[in-house]
Ligand binder design. Structure first.
Ligand SMILES: NC(=O)c1ccc[n+]([C@@H]2O[C@H](COP(=O)([O-])OP(=O)(O)OC[C@H]3O[C@@H](n4cnc5c(N)ncnc54)[C@H](O)[C@@H]3O)[C@@H](O)[C@H]2O)c1
Ligand SMILES: [Zn+2]
Length: 360
């Protein structure tokens, strides 16, 4: 087993890879009491592992919220604030967020706002959390039917990423994180792409090194563009159309996971990239094949395209017949703020539906 990667940036310390949990054992000394915030599934599957790997850590209390996106709500935020009040948590105590993206988003917000800020650490337990949600300082809750409507940018003191937790993750959540891993390969990391290319995610046996690469990619971006003024926008590749597809299925009462929608978005936006930047077929075909090998295609039809287009505009709150998108010039090189006509977006959805070859 390789030793985990230790990375000290200006604001956050990271330990990433197999053995990260054990390696974090000296990070708690300077704090008062330790409070864990987790959700019901993670409490069952991951908290015992956490305790086994850190036997000397004294845990003062555990606050458990209900899992699921529908619970990334003001009600659960209030529940956490109430529990922190009951436990008389102070600013010299430490909050440990143990869970997936829903948990680190809401518990990060709770920690950052309670008594004007209690320090916290993120211990992500889903693939998506490990390569995306636990990194970059975005916290928040859904509000008034909008995702991530209220929240703040605030960094944890440490992010400890140990793939040990993944053994109990369900298939749908593996896929969700995998779409983001593929995205890093496409937008900035050709080497990562080459490790993944032609593979099914279940064939991958060196997750630790893949997670180290993907997490590092996100860290490299957010370190230099916290507030998404420039290159952080590259992370939106696959997400303009992907989000609209996600909203489409949510509205139809058949919700799909974020990652499967983003995978579809990646096919459409890679096709648009091929039209704008002459991304050659030799580049587009392997991307489409890789997604098809890991994700089933959705069965929306050309009749659904107007609804998907409308949802895309609502998402970005725009009215013109253009969208600013993040695209790829070639595999491993993204660009952002490229204006794309609705017509080309429609054609990309037709490309997706009709499974055309890349030069059609
Ligand atoms: N802050 C950010 O930058 C950022 C980035 C991307 C996504 N997000 C947010 O992340 C959320 C999605 O995160 P997610 O995909 O991790 O979902 P999630 O947190 O809902 O976790 C998925 C499910 O798996 C369970 N679970 C977690 N770890 C487990 C484990 N090791 N074994 C078994 N079950 C486990 C959870 O209880 C939950 O039921 C969304 O709310 C999204 O908005 C935030
Ligand atoms: Zn995403």
């Amino acid at each position: 087993m390789n030793s985990p990667l230790v990375l000290d940036t200006e604001s956050v310390k990271y330990i990433i890879g197999d053995g990260a949990l054990e390696k974090s054992s000296n990070k708690f000394d300077q704090y008062g009491r330790v409070i864990i915030i987790t959700d019901d599934n993670v409490e069952k599957h991951c908290l015992p592992v956490f305790k086994r790997k850190l036997p000397d850590l004294k845990i003062f209390a555990t606050i458990t919220i209900i899992s699921g996106e529908e619970n990334k709500s003001i009600h659960q935020l209030i529940y956490i604030w109430n529990e922190l009040t009951r436990l008389n948590v102070g600013r010299d105590d430490l909050i440990i967020n143990l869970g997936g993206g829903v948990l680190t988003d809401i518990a990060g917000m709770a920690a950052a706002t309670f008594k004007r800020g209690v320090q916290f650490m993120n211990f992500p337990t889903t693939l998506l959390g490990m390569v995306d949600a636990a990194i970059g300082g975005k916290t928040g809750i859904d509000f008034a039917q909008f995702k991530n409507q209220v929240g703040l940018f605030i960094n944890p003191v440490c992010v400890i990423i140990d793939p040990i937790f993944l053994s109990t993750l369900e298939k749908a959540h593996w896929q969700s994180g995998f779409a983001e891993v593929v995205k890093y390969g496409l937008i900035m990391d050709r080497e990562l792409w080459q490790k993944l290319n032609k593979k099914h995610y279940q064939q991958i046996d060196d997750w630790s090194s893949i997670i180290i690469k993907a997490a590092r990619d996100k860290i490299d971006i957010v370190r230099f563009d916290v507030y998404e003024k420039g290159m952080r926008k590259n992370l939106n590749f696959g997400h303009t159309i992907g989000h609209a597809i996600e909203s489409f299925y949510l509205k139809s009462g058949k919700p799909v996971t974020h990652g499967t929608a983003i995978a579809a978005g990646i096919i459409c936006e890679a096709w648009i990239s091929s039209k704008i930047f002459s991304l050659e077929c030799t580049n587009l075909e392997p991307i489409v094949k890789m997604i098809d090998n890991n994700f089933s295609r959705f069965n929306f039809t050309t009749d659904d395209i107007p609804v998907i287009m409308k949802l895309m505009k609502q998402d970005k709150k725009i009215r013109e017949n253009k969208q600013k998108m993040s695209l790829i010039r070639k595999i491993g090189k993204a660009v952002h703020d490229i204006e794309i006509d609705d017509d080309l977006i429609t054609k990309s959805l037709i490309f997706y539906i009709e499974r055309k070859k890349c030069n059609n």
